[in-house]
Design a protein. Sequence first.
Length: 121
Amino acid sequence: MRYRALILLLTLSGCSTLPTPPEEQQQSLSAADTLLAQADTKAANGEIPQAIAVLERAVRLQPRNAQAWLRLAELYLLQGEYRKAEQFAGRAEQFAAGDQTLIRRSKIVIKQAHEGQRGRG
């Protein structure tokens, strides 16, 4: 009987808590979000190179952040750096995790980057 109670207790204790993300992961999420907001502000003020630098830091902190990759792609497209725009939009699409709006926006950037490359050649 003791063993049954012990097994039941261990089983229930395993179910009583959900795994929480490590503190370091939570910090990188909030840091990446802060960097995205900073990049948006810089881009809105016309500081495109500075916004790109901030977004590059964001993707180093959180390399699977589809929003950061897409924003980088959009800014590189504005700068006329079509190959980088296409490459980074592809990464955004890769990490979009089924977000259809993000995927659609990525495809638009890729299409515009292709058109920009053809216009140069």
